[in-house]
Design a protein around this ligand. Structure first.
Ligand SMILES: Nc1nc2c(ncn2[C@@H]2O[C@H](COP(=O)(O)OP(=O)(O)OP(=O)(O)O)[C@@H](O)[C@H]2O)c(=O)[nH]1
Ligand SMILES: [Mg+2]
Length: 239
């Protein structure tokens, strides 16, 4: 796996991690994510009443603007080509889609949320907020941003909106928020440092409690940052 490192103030690629692209080498993320038969679609929920009961497995939710690369990244995380539905498949866009990860009964659940960005706050909807407010199993929300496009007003609104859920009235943290910058291959290397620093700053300003971004690309060969996302999910889920 290739990682970004800074040498004399400039970004450089370096080789790191094991053959599966994982940073940590204790084999936990390998076991959970890299056996392609380990993941399965479980259910789609269009209303709170249809959110499935999954016997307490820890969950991670994926969100981001339409076309941010959500499905592509999490298919890569699962070592699959097309398990997560792409937006071109009509009918699922307003639903939360639940995917089991790990051999049955599973180790954790990934939840794919619809892309946002065209109609503003209203489209996030009661289902999204209801899930965030009530789902005890939710451990971490992943919010994805396209490196080429940076953040826009919808992204900032979403970060601010998610921030309102991060500390409960009793001062506890129901779930954590992790940013991910996708498609880093689309930014010329000479512009990467500036672009990423700008995005990092904007993320912090909109959501100071959001964890600093993981950088990814699913176009680079091998994929970049995918192992880090696996490790991050496993750790958020207490595995
Ligand atoms: N260059 C490049 N393209 C990517 C990368 N990841 C995804 N894409 C492309 O970006 C487009 C959108 O990817 P999706 O994964 O469907 O995006 P999404 O966020 O799931 O989109 P919605 O479900 O519509 O919200 C596709 O054409 C992908 O091939 C990447 O790392 N690099
Ligand atoms: Mg998608």
């Amino acid at each position: 796996m290739r990682c970004v490192t800074i040498v004399n103030g400039e970004w450089r690629w370096r080789q790191c991690g094991n053959k599966f692209g994982n940073e940590r080498d204790d084999g936990i993320a390998d076991k959970i994510f890299t056996d392609t038969s380990n993941a399965a679609f479980l259910a789609a929920a269009g209303r709170m009443e249809s959110v499935p009961k999954l016997h307490g497995l820890p969950e991670s939710l994926i969100t981001g603007r339409a076309n941010a690369g959500k499905s592509t990244l999490f298919n890569a995380v699962l070592g699959r080509k097309d398990l997560l539905h792409t937006s071109s498949k009509a009918g699922r866009t307003r639903e939360l889609n639940f995917y089991r990860v790990g051999k049955e009964p599973g180790k954790l659940v990934l939840v794919d949320a619809p892309g946002y960005g065209a109609r503003g706050k209203r489209e996030w909807g009661q289902l999204f907020d209801g899930y965030l407010e009530t789902r005890k199993e939710l451990k971490r929300v992943y919010i994805l941003f396209n490196a080429k496009h940076g953040l826009n007003e919808f992204d900032r609104q979403m970060l601010q909106h998610l921030s309102t859920f991060l500390i409960s009235e009793t001062g506890t943290q129901p779930f954590t928020l992790q940013s991910v910058i996708t498609k880093v291959d689309l930014v010329p290397p000479g512009q990467l440092a500036k672009a990423l620093a700008g995005m990092r700053k904007e993320i912090f300003e909109a959501a100071p409690l959001c964890l600093p971004p993981i950088l990814t690309s699913c176009e680079m060969n091998p994929h970049f940052g995918v192992g880090q996302v696996r490790e991050n999910i496993a750790s958020a889920c207490g595995l």
